[in-house]
Design a protein around this ligand. Sequence first.
Ligand SMILES: NC(=O)c1ccc[n+]([C@@H]2O[C@H](COP(=O)([O-])OP(=O)(O)OC[C@H]3O[C@@H](n4cnc5c(N)ncnc54)[C@H](O)[C@@H]3O)[C@@H](O)[C@H]2O)c1
Length: 253
Amino acid sequence: MELLDKNILITGAAQGIGRGIAEACLAQGANVFLLDINEDVLKATVRELKHIYSTKIFAQQCELTNTDSFKESLTKGLNELQVFHGFCNSAASSQGIGPLETFSDEDFDATLNLSFKIVWTCLKEEIAYLRSNRIPGSIVNISSNSAIRGYAFNSIYAAAKAAVNNLSQSVAKEVAKDSVRVNVVSPGTINTPGVKAYFDKEPSAREKLERTILLKRLGEPIEIGETVSFLLSERSSYINGQIISVDGGSSIY
Ligand SMILES: NC(=O)c1ccc[n+]([C@@H]2O[C@H](COP(=O)([O-])OP(=O)(O)OC[C@H]3O[C@@H](n4cnc5c(N)ncnc54)[C@H](O)[C@@H]3O)[C@@H](O)[C@H]2O)c1
């Protein structure tokens, strides 16, 4: 129970990887505060999790690209849990797909907003909270292996994730003196609802992709969650400013 009595805020926790992170933290004894824009799915997830786990689970709908909206949610979370020891910024999405020259300025702005600004919005408030309250916390940002390897036809998303990696390392340098750690988990292809829906339509694409993963299978959201819960815990007390790929070995294929 490496997160017993620890309170963790997780963004994008209604489904997919964010939900897997919530489950892994709950399994390690944490209380969680879950944020997502999708209120219906978030409520359903909370109901399901409450059937399984006995620690505290609170949730709040939130538009995470909006600083005021995140600040308001943070205050609500603090009203429920009094203190936060750790944060995981998982929420992201993108807009537009295709060759670079087909991206509109609108898709470019939306993707940077939904994949990079969304992390910055949360991260700056989390850092301000931990430092002003002298809490030696841990923050994990979720990036993507596309940041390291590039992603044809999704280039703006990949670049936004590279910015998440770089921002995380810069901030880790700024806040280490206050005993706040900042790390990145960089998933390979994970079996989330969106990925599953795509591969259900394109089974041959799944087989082709799985051949390029050393473990020959997609990852599961809980496998990202296990790494995040470790990084949020004291067991990882000397890991800081790192970008850790959790990808079945696809990045060294
Ligand atoms: N699934 C993969 O294979 C994969 C691979 C690499 C990286 N990632 C990253 O993992 C993270 C989670 O991805 P996922 O596949 O679970 O996606 P997902 O779409 O299944 O879940 C993302 C969640 O974030 C929420 N969200 C999105 N924009 C939001 C906003 N503006 N405000 C509040 N909530 C918002 C969504 O409602 C959703 O519940 C993302 O950062 C993604 O880039 C995913």
